[in-house]
Write a protein that binds this ligand. Structure first.
Ligand code: SF4
Ligand code: SF4
Length: 129
């Protein structure tokens, strides 16, 4: 069987973001899936159907991407009272299967000028906390 490329899009990724692991390996917060397209949570609650998810946050401290709908959902979904953040984030964690394996089969072809960037990190999990 031959692998075929089905779609391509330009995404912006922080130069210090960890390299994407293979599908099925632990999520490391590379951010590629969320930068490529919004997940169902973002589509439903943020009404964002395409483009880089606006809840995707770069964490300077952790050196990886984090999901803003896990960190402070009321900052992104304005109907949610701030006092419900923790409760709602627990649900989001289940819905996006945070803290589990990478479920994205996307891959990155770096622009020639950025081919040197990217590093591995075992401590981050972008969709996780
Ligand atoms: S699930 Fe997304 S953020 Fe996590 S490793 Fe896979 S592509 Fe990166
Ligand atoms: S997991 Fe979070 S950051 Fe990623 S697309 Fe979904 S809502 Fe956005």
């Amino acid at each position: 069987m031959k692998a075929e490329r089905t779609s391509a899009r330009l995404i912006w990724i922080h130069p210090e973001a960890p390299a994407k692991p293979a599908e099925g390996l632990p999520c490391n917060g590379c951010g590629i899936c969320c930068a490529a397209e919004p997940c169902p949570v973002a589509q439903f609650f943020l009404r964002q159907l395409s483009g880089s998810c606006r809840a995707l946050q770069w964490s300077e401290q952790d050196g990886c991407y984090r999901c803003g709908m896990l960190i402070q959902p009321s900052a992104y979904w304005r109907w949610l009272p701030q006092r419900w953040d923790a409760w709602f984030a627990r649900r989001v964690r289940r819905w996006i299967a945070a803290g589990t394996a990478c479920d994205s089969n996307a891959w990155l072809e770096p622009a020639p000028s950025s081919a040197e960037h990217g590093k591995d990190s075992a401590e981050c999990s972008g969709r996780a906390d």
